[in-house]
Write a protein that binds this ligand. Structure first.
Ligand SMILES: CC(=O)N[C@H]1[C@@H](OP(=O)(O)OP(=O)(O)OC[C@H]2O[C@@H](n3ccc(=O)[nH]c3=O)[C@H](O)[C@@H]2O)O[C@H](CO)[C@@H](O)[C@@H]1O
Ligand SMILES: C=C(OP(=O)(O)O)C(=O)O
Length: 436
């Protein structure tokens, strides 16, 4: 089994570069199939498992996707597209569902495996489907698939989201960009990743206005073409390294960051006593001797991001006093609490609230990544725990972090990624060699 082994106690120092954002690149790659002419060049693409999955989804739909291993992807979707994304991909990554909107707009037909629940909650897709239906699609669910069909083009309309869902906003923008007429999307998500997607669609010849606000206007066009686009920096990876610096009392320069995307994280970390300087192209983060307790409530952007909740909780275990974390975005995003407890944390869960009492003397233990950010938060905790922490289920961490172990090691962490199976295999080999 693969594990990250970390020994606590090192103060992190140095410089780290942040990759392009996972949550921006996935909808952008999905949107690239809207182009019936020309090739798209997408730059600053992180080499993540999720990116490889969406590339496979597109190839399976008959698009040509080439990735040269240097953060640059080319997509050509000029050929007739297939209409189905099987469960094999959607199971690996829920964001595979983002091809539904562009596929429906481009071909009038999409059949996508129904995403299941996941570790952080049931995650329904009713708001996506409500949008497609309002635009005139006929949507049916059966045999584990969602099938949507439209005669002719989708029709622009007014859509109000019950909750500012990021994925529904993206799927509806993509579908509406080739609909007949204008779509007004209200109570839309305002995340920076939505703006990144809208900029790409506009470069493809689309007309999306108001992205980054709660009301988005999409004037549908008949045809879109390939375009060049650079992915925004990953604010969650940046936030994770900010915590790594702060929790270890370190001093780290974090490069390729847009501080305006991180306002709630910066504000809360300053409240905890962390020094944060805005420098050219990034941030310098200096951890204090003692952290102060703070309360956070996760909210849609520009509120505090749920994807930073677990990492902040790792810091709260070290802070003086009681911190209260309220998770309002996902129904079940406290799976990491049980794992933190294995490392001696004192945390009580009451419904959607966690009460974190600190500071505690954290102890190394064998812990499991229950989801992507939980895994990162456990590694961060290992940086300050006594002794060795072994983090398993690395497939989650690999979905969202490029070279996480290597980047932390370069900052001075005592950390390595090992494969126990490899050790066993080597021992077996030694034994079998000895026999023969
Ligand atoms: C690939 C990607 O970009 N993932 C991000 C995206 O996920 P994702 O797009 O799945 O998140 P949403 O904003 O859609 O979900 C937020 C909440 O709305 C609910 N909901 C959503 C859609 C729907 O049709 N019905 C419904 O009830 C969900 O169950 C959840 O409780 O935004 C989340 C919230 O910032 C982040 O944590 C994820 O990292
Ligand atoms: C929850 C996340 O991603 P996804 O929506 O892809 O599961 C995340 O990035 O923290």
């Amino acid at each position: 089994m693969e594990k990250i082994i970390v020994r606590g106690g090192k103060r992190l120092q140095g410089e780290v570069r942040i990759e392009g954002a996972k949550n921006a690149v996935l909808p952008v790659i999905a949107a690239s199939i809207l182009a019936s002419k020309g090739t798209s060049n997408i730059y600053d693409v992180p080499a993540l498992a999720d990116v490889f999955t969406i590339n496979e989804v597109l190839r399976n739909l008959n698009a040509e996707v080439s990735y040269d291993g240097t953060n640059h992807i080319q997509v050509n979707a000029e050929d007739t597209l297939a209409v189905e994304a099987p469960f094999e991909y959607v199971r690996k990554m829920r964001a595979s569902f983002l091809v539904m909107g562009p596929l429906l707009a481009r071909t009038g037909h999409a059949r996508i495996a129904l995403p299941g629940g996941c570790a952080i909650g049931s995650r329904p897709i009713d708001q996506h489907l409500k949008g497609f239906e309002a635009m005139g699609a006929d949507v049916e669910i059966g045999n584990g698939f969602i099938e949507a069909k439209v005669n002719g083009r989708l029709q622009g309309t007014k859509i109000y989201l019950d909750f500012p869902s990021v994925g529904a906003t993206e799927n509806i923008i993509m579908a509406a960009s080739m609909a007949e007429g204008t779509t007004i999307l209200e109570n839309a998500a305002e995340e920076p990743e939505i703006v990144c997607l809208a900029n790409y669609i506009n470069a493809m010849g689309g007309k999306v206005r108001g992205a980054g606000t709660g009301t988005i206007r999409i004037d549908g066009v008949e045809e879109l073409h390939g375009a060049d686009h650079v992915i925004i920096p990953d604010r969650i990876e940046a936030g994770t390294f900010m915590v790594a610096a702060a929790i270890t009392g370190g001093d780290v320069r974090i490069d390729n960051v847009l501080p305006e995307h991180l306002r709630p994280v910066i504000a809360k970390m300053i409240e905890m006593g962390v020094e944060i300087q805005e420098i050219e192209n990034g941030l310098r983060v200096i951890g204090p001797e003692k952290l102060k307790a703070v309360d956070i409530k996760t909210m849609p952007h520009p509120g505090f991001p749920t994807d930073m909740q677990a990492q902040m909780m790792a810091m709260m275990n070290m802070a003086e006093g009681t911190s209260v974390v309220t998770e309002t975005v996902f129904e079940n995003r406290f799976m990491h609490v049980e794992e933190f407890r294995r490392m001696n944390a004192n945390i009580k869960i009451e419904g959607r609230t966690s009460i974190v009492n600190g500071p505690v003397k954290l102890q190394g233990a064998e812990v499991s990544s229950t989801d992507l950010r939980a895994g990162a938060a456990l590694v961060l905790t290992g940086l300050v725990a006594d002794g060795y922490t072994r983090v398993t289920e690395l497939k989650h961490i690999d979905r969202g972090y490029v070279n996480f172990t290597e980047k932390l090691a370069a900052l001075g962490a005592d950390i390595e990624r090992v494969n126990d199976d490899a050790v066993v295999q080597t021992e077996e080999k030694v034994e079998s060699n000895a026999v023969s």
